[in-house]
Design a protein around this ligand. Sequence first.
Ligand SMILES: [Zn+2]
Length: 206
Amino acid sequence: MGLNDNLHQLAREHLKTGPDGKAHKVPALLEELRQAVTPGNSMSGGGASGAPSPINVSALDLLAEFENEARRDYYEITSEGWQSTLEELLQALTAMDLSAEWEAYLTHTTKDWVDRITAMLWPNKPRRKLTGKKCPACGLTTHGEERAVALSLGCWDDEGNMRKIGTWDIECAACEAAWSGDQVAYLLRALDTPGAVIVSEVAQVG
Ligand SMILES: [Zn+2]
């Protein structure tokens, strides 16, 4: 993903592929982060009744950090202070003729922002343990002194939605063997854990 893609995701409504495999319009990531600062308080801005909603300090800190960084970078690039919002600053960047160094630096920085907002708003769900199943590579069902389950299935995307079955992966924590793509469905069948069963079980857990 290039700089303009990152800026677009951060500052503008954009299209995102949902668990159904179709593209949906979603709000700008910074917009979602601002909403997260005052959860449940986005409509009224502080009502007359009841206590005010607690502030999400992590979300606020993240916004302040991004704001400071963006304004500092803008000043270094243009020798002028930015007078408007962070979102407008990011959109202004897309129209600027940046040096290769700035382009690379800002691409890296904005990718980091996208990842950190995503991780905060949609924490990763844990991998699904395949309890009692024997790894076909090393033959173990558990490993380590704590007898942790060896095989686990990765089936969630970054926002906690179930990925399509063809994109799942299986890993063995004992021998670090890994399977992906079509191998996963084959392996689940071999382990007598059909994908359809997993899908319904996972859906109940999720
Ligand atoms: Zn193994």
